[in-house]
Design a protein around this ligand. Sequence first.
Ligand SMILES: C[S@@+](CC[C@H](N)C(=O)[O-])C[C@H]1O[C@@H](n2cnc3c(N)ncnc32)[C@H](O)[C@@H]1O
Length: 284
Amino acid sequence: MGESISHAPLASPIRWAGSKRKLLPILRSMWRSSDRRYIEAFAGSACLYFNIRPEEALLNDANADLISAYAVLAKNPVKLHARLLSIPVDAATYGEIRASKPSTKFESAVRFFYLNRYCFNGIYRTNKLGAFNVPFGRRTGGFPSIEQWRESSKALRGAQLHSGDFESVVRENVREGDFVYLDPPYAVSNRRVFTQYSANEFGIDDLRRLRSVMDHIDDVGATFVVSYALSKETKVLSDGWFSFRTLAQRNVAGFSQHRRKAVEVIVTNDENRLKVRKKDAKPA
Ligand SMILES: C[S@@+](CC[C@H](N)C(=O)[O-])C[C@H]1O[C@@H](n2cnc3c(N)ncnc32)[C@H](O)[C@@H]1O
């Protein structure tokens, strides 16, 4: 028999650069309980998913370590939490864990959650060889309580977890009545800005692929909501759809001195979802 699902909003169990926590009131108001299924193709910390806790969901991210860590949290929350709390928190231990190459899924998840919790600004960045290279952070806060951890685990058990490129996962899975949230990384063309994720994961050409995926979602009778930083590229995504602007905190280049309020554009194919609180939004 399936587990009963609580709908009390949860915070994500992880830190994630680019998380849309600050946009939750707006994004949440665009979801309908009548939506058939929740699909998030660029899940990251999946803060909207944990906040809504829909009955049926599919979470995808290109970051295989992240999705595999979520799967271990779904299956084995108590042992994982105890193990994480048993590890000392200091720069030397962080360095040892960062250099380690675990051979089991469980130990890889321990490494992922530990580095995610204690790294600088919740950034996930790897070098050309794929090795995580973010330094130790300060004032990161500790792990969620065991109660919160268990709830996150329960929430994740309600979702189908997938790691891959957004395009195939959406094309293969989206059905009439689904709600698809798309929150891609900020694509950089020739700008010399290092990305918050792995090198070259999402570029300008991917924006055009994203646009065709949005068209496909509309064709099958599902709803999409896309959030994207206002920029010269935004038009590719918003042309012909309904959109509005709002303010979000954005980490430029991952450093706090470059943190600034940036304008985020929200795009959807369903005009009825635009009835958001006036103080939070204005037409794009
Ligand atoms: C802006 S973050 C999503 C943040 C998320 N909405 C949250 O609140 O935490 C973008 C995510 O897209 C993922 N990503 C990058 N390229 C991708 C691709 N081609 N397909 C799927 N996911 C991708 C990154 O690993 C990252 O987690």
